[in-house]
Design a protein around this ligand. Structure first.
Ligand code: ATP
Ligand code: MG
Length: 286
């Protein structure tokens, strides 16, 4: 089960994020494919130790709806993760390809992501970074959450990188509040991010900003903290509208839990449609 870095052979690049690069790799002896995420920035020893400690706890997390981590390595300050390879790419890729995603697909995505969130929240983990590029799909019809519980240390360093705005765009209003219990926030922050992600998929653009509005940090923070929460389109089903309105309550205490949302009529209405995820991935070239 344990994978050793030296046994992995790079066979391609899957993508790059704010913190590093993700390669497609193959295990020399088993032929099994993995995604290898390498964090470019070199951290100090103390920070690295902290990251490794936290990641160790997270490695033991197991759910069908979380991208599995097979190993964490520190090679002279360069940290890398061996991850389950998801051959359907991210929800961001799927959205880019289809422009908009229909409700019956979104319902299945929602159900699977909620099952992943339910697992994390039950284990007292707040994801903090639910967004389209962190939801991955595969041809086995699975949708999984990636980058969960990225150590707080790592999250803070990544937040100082250039894509700060990209990460903050899905942050709930209470997370911008400096008086909010010393920056503490709970599980409801993930529910907000999920609602925003689904709304973006339904309308085909980022919901908090008007079309053409500059996506810079002040504009974004102003819109999220002082604006009305974004609302679902009028032509959506009443079930979807209600789901989104519930997730995007500005008061975090008013948002339902992952467990409650699993029983929401929007998720229930489209249950029992085998093959919707394959349909969604059809024609997609990564
Ligand atoms: P950000 O850095 O802003 O969070 P991101 O989530 O896209 O953006 P990464 O998590 O570094 O950044 O991932 C980069 C890309 O690599 C993803 O967009 C995805 O295309 C690909 N990728 C990541 N993990 C996997 C995986 N387990 N299987 C397949 N592809 C992956
Ligand atoms: Mg990611």
């Amino acid at each position: 089960r344990d994978v050793v870095l030296a046994d992995l052979e790079k066979i391609g690049v899957l993508g790059a994020g704010s913190g590093g690069k993700v390669y497609k790799v193959r295990h020399r002896w088993t032929g099994k494919e993995y995604a290898l995420k390498i964090i470019q920035e070199k951290h100090e020893l103390a920070v690295r130790r902290q990251i490794m400690r936290e990641m160790d706890i997270l490695r033991s997390s197991k759910s069908q709806h979380l991208v599995e981590c097979y190993g964490v390595f520190d090679r002279g300050g360069e940290i890398s993760f061996v991850l389950e390879y998801m051959d359907g790419g991210t929800l961001a890729d799927v959205l880019k390809y289809h422009k908009k995603i229909g409700e019956r697909y979104l319902a299945e995505v929602t159900k699977q992501v909620l099952l992943g969130l339910l697992y994390l929240h039950k284990h007292k983990i707040v994801h903090r970074d639910i967004k389209p590029s962190n939801l991955l799909l595969n041809r086995k019809q699975e949708v999984k959450i990636a980058d969960f519980g990225v150590s707080t240390v790592l999250a803070n360093t990544l937040a100082q990188c250039n894509s700060f705005v990209g990460t903050c765009a899905y942050m709930s209003p209470e997370r911008f509040d400096p008086d909010g219990n010393g920056g503490e926030y709970g599980y409801a922050a993930d529910i907000w991010s999920l609602g925003l992600t689904l709304l973006e998929c339904a309308i085909g653009r980022f919901p908090c900003l008007k079309p053409g509005e500059k996506p810079d940090w002040p504009t974004l923070m102003y819109a999220i903290c002082w604006g009305e929460p974004p609302s679902p389109p009028a032509d959506a089903s009443p079930e979807f509208q209600n789901f989104i309105i519930n997730c995007l309550q500005k008061n975090s205490n008013s948002r339902p839990s992952a467990e409650m949302l699993l029983n929401h009529p929007f998720v229930r209405r489209y249950e029992g449609q085998p093959g919707v995820i394959s349909e969604l991935l059809q024609g997609l070239v990564l």
